[in-house]
Design a protein around this ligand. Structure first.
Ligand SMILES: Cc1cc2nc3c(=O)[nH]c(=O)nc-3n(C[C@H](O)[C@H](O)[C@H](O)COP(=O)(O)OP(=O)(O)OC[C@H]3O[C@@H](n4cnc5c(N)ncnc54)[C@H](O)[C@@H]3O)c2cc1C
Length: 510
């Protein structure tokens, strides 16, 4: 009897999984497939931490599938060859998966699989993922369609009646010849862990969301930190949107009994808006699949003419810039695999405006540090924060100001930059101002135990901003910016107003 294959990609869950449900409803035996593709491991933006995270989430998925009467087939190799073998053994009727919006490599991999399916007359049905819409030409109807998708009812883990059971060995990282770096405080993998985090966030931690998310310290508790779970697809955006809306309605109904209910509601609304940003940014890559390779506005990119200065790049990557708060953030990121939005933006801004480094190199390095690497969000944000889209406000952060705002006493700096652990609070944000006698006394000599600032922060930032603004003014740059706006710009009036307000607030804060 012919079978249906459910191809799990970055959607490693059983709940709210339409391809899985549809395969079960067909009545045919179902084979659940997860492929580890060595070709992908060689891609510049893939890091062993990504593969390790996905593998651990897939192992968790396999346990849930077993409880529901099925199992997950772990296969290592080229997808076309793997599918060919399955087809020879079982006769595939249909392949079902979610649409994937990945980098240039996954896009061309999918084209090869489609070609193979066509040659074998096998139907490959791809179901919409989140709020990303395929074959959209512009954004006119995007928001309406995305919001209506978010209202589709959710389904829980289905039960299998007929299933092809996996009898092979579940691989480990050694079998893949990959050695991931050890991440400090990595979240627990899998669907149940994601649901637990969502529960704690919605019922407790989100109360201070709006107030806390700009801080690298507070955001680890009061931010949702759901991004690694979204990336592996162990929880759907739709579920989180619906549960957030239910929570907002609950608080509204019970407001008389809830302290600070209004702040809490505002926090949850702001969180829900960011869930829409997720779809909005991934939609950009869906519509322009080479955002990871080519700047949205190549005319600006050409004029900026950023070159890779190896020494600056190395000091930026290693968190040895001599800017204490920046170094602390970079070291938090490399050891935990996560940092909040504002600090990611600050990292790109330091690289692009102060150090004048090319976005692709710095973007690849950051992609490999993020456990939640999501190409659609990542490359759109890298473009925005490096000033190469032509349509976004130029956001160049002062590292010293960010440090004073978010770590006034320097505790965070001392934790992540132990060389500075003895520096008194008065000097913690500008240790180069310490008298030499003090530097010697506390064994923190600037230029020896801790570096001098890599460049003058204020002067380099001003230069960077002014060069970027003038690059935007060229005729070609303006013409392309118009096209970028037409294709990717948000059509939501309210969002434009929010953005306007937020950017004027940010201008003040930088
Ligand atoms: C240079 C740069 C690169 C980035 N790369 C990634 C990436 O590879 N993967 C990734 O998930 N996010 C990326 N972001 C966006 C953002 O920093 C993270 O989504 C966020 O910090 C994740 O933490 P959280 O889950 O606690 O977010 P929350 O604040 O709790 O938000 C909930 C969810 O909304 C989405 N979201 C939040 N902020 C944004 C945003 N600005 N743009 C788009 N979606 C957003 C995310 O899915 C997030 O999980 C990047 C930002 C910058 C500036």
């Amino acid at each position: 009897m012919a079978i249906d294959v459910v191809w799990f990609k970055r959607d490693l869950r059983t709940r709210d999984h339409v391809p899985l449900l549809s395969a079960i409803l067909s009545g045919r035996p179902v084979l659940c497939l997860f492929m580890l593709e060595p070709d992908r491991f060689k891609q510049k933006d893939t890091d062993p931490i990504h593969v390790n995270w996905e593998l651990d989430c897939a192992i968790d998925l396999s346990k849930t599938l077993e409880k529901s009467g099925s199992s997950l087939h772990f296969q290592i190799g080229d997808p076309v060859k793997i599918l060919e073998k399955i087809n020879n053994d079982h006769d595939i009727m249909r392949i079902l998966s979610h649409e994937e919006t990945g980098n240039s490599w996954s896009y061309s991999r999918d084209k090869k699989v489609l070609k193979w399916c066509n040659s074998k007359k096998i139907e490959w049905t791809e179901y919409p993922n989140n709020g990303v819409i395929r074959r959209l030409e512009n954004r006119d109807l995007w928001k309406r369609e995305r919001d209506s998708r978010m209202r589709i009812p959710l389904n829980e883990t289905p039960t299998f009646s007929k299933s092809i059971i996996f009898e092979g060995k579940i691989p480990n990282m050694g079998d893949l010849n990959l050695t991931p770096r050890n991440l400090v405080s990595r979240p627990k993998p899998g669907e149940d862990a994601a649901l637990r985090r969502l529960d704690i966030f919605l019922n407790e931690d989100s109360k201070k969301y709006s107030w806390a998310i700009s801080s690298p310290i507070l955001s680890t508790k009061h931010g949702s930190v759901l991004s690694p779970y979204f990336t592996a697809g162990v929880i759907s955006v739709r579920r989180v949107v619906q549960e957030t809306t239910s929570k907002i309605n609950y608080i509204r109904k019970n407001r008389l009994f809830i302290d600070d209910y209004s702040d809490w509601i505002q926090s949850l609304i702001s969180f829900r808006r960011r869930l829409a940003w997720r779809c909005h940014f991934i939609q950009k890559l869906e519509m322009e699949s080479n955002l990871d390779l080519i700047a949205q506005n190549p005319a600006i990119e050409e004029i900026l003419d950023r070159k890779l200065d190896f020494e600056k790049f190395t000091r930026w990557k290693e968190g040895k810039t001599g800017w204490p708060f920046f170094d602390a953030c970079m070291r938090q990121l490399t050891s935990t695999g996560w940092i909040n939005f504002r600090m990611r933006a600050m990292m790109m801004s330091a690289a692009s405006y102060n150090l004048w480094l090319p976005w692709r190199d710095t973007g690849i390095f950051l992609a490999k540090q993020f456990l939640d690497y999501e190409p659609g969000i990542h490359w759109s944000q890298v473009g925005m924060q490096s000033g190469t889209t032509g349509i976004n406000t130029i956001r160049a952060y002062s590292m010293t100001k960010q440090g004073r705002d978010h770590d006034p006493k320097g505790e965070y700096i001392r934790k992540w930059v132990p060389e500075l652990s003895m520096v008194p609070t008065d000097f913690i944000h500008e240790p180069w101002q310490m008298p030499v006698s003090l530097q010697e006394l506390i064994c923190c000599r600037i230029g020896i135990e801790y570096p001098e600032p890599i460049v003058n922060e204020l002067v380099s930032r001003k230069n960077g901003i002014s060069k970027t603004y003038s690059a935007r003014n060229g005729e070609d740059a303006r013409r392309i910016s118009k096209k970028v706006l037409q294709m990717h710009g948000s059509r939501s009036k309210s969002r434009r107003n929010i953005k306007k307000n937020e950017s004027s607030i940010q201008k003040k804060l930088f």
